[in-house]
Design a protein around this ligand. Structure first.
Ligand code: ZN
Length: 139
């Protein structure tokens, strides 16, 4: 799940890959502090909210109003059209539920994000080292 989450494919695709319900994926991700944000997504997601563009507008509205189960709605919309949920242009070709192009782009974005996180970690280490040295110098 950690690997799939890092690829930024989103909770519904992870649930499908691991043959679990989306609810169990979200629960476990929350317990393990794993982010389920899709690649490039920055804002915090409301629990149970599906990434924009995954569902047709009328279905998203039905889910929002509580008259449709999001997982079932996602299933129905996927069966209706096997188009990539990210671009809506190409056919789904990966097990993750995206076209090759979108899947690879998401993977690339996840790697870029990892590099950025690592840079942040190095910056923090450097700042801590500075603080430590400053504290020692005043002793
Ligand atoms: Zn696509």
């Amino acid at each position: 799940m950690r690997e799939l989450a890092a690829a930024g494919i989103g909770a519904p695709a992870i649930a499908e890959q691991l043959e679990r319900t989306e609810a169990s994926i979200r629960k476990q991700a929350s317990a393990q502090r794993i982010s389920l944000r899709t690649a490039g997504e920055r804002r915090g997601m409301i629990l149970g909210e599906l990434p924009h563009g995954r569902l047709p507008d009328e279905l998203r509205e039905a889910v929002f109003l509580g008259s449709s189960d999001p997982v079932a709605a996602s299933e129905r919309s996927r069966r209706r059209a096997e188009l990539c949920p990210a671009c809506g242009i190409r056919d789904v070709s990966t097990r993750a539920g995206f076209c090759d192009t979108c899947y690879l782009r998401r993977l690339a974005a996840a790697h870029r994000e990892e590099i950025a996180t690592e840079a942040g970690r190095r910056e923090l280490d450097a700042a801590r080292a500075l603080k430590y040295r400053a504290r020692r110098a005043t002793r």
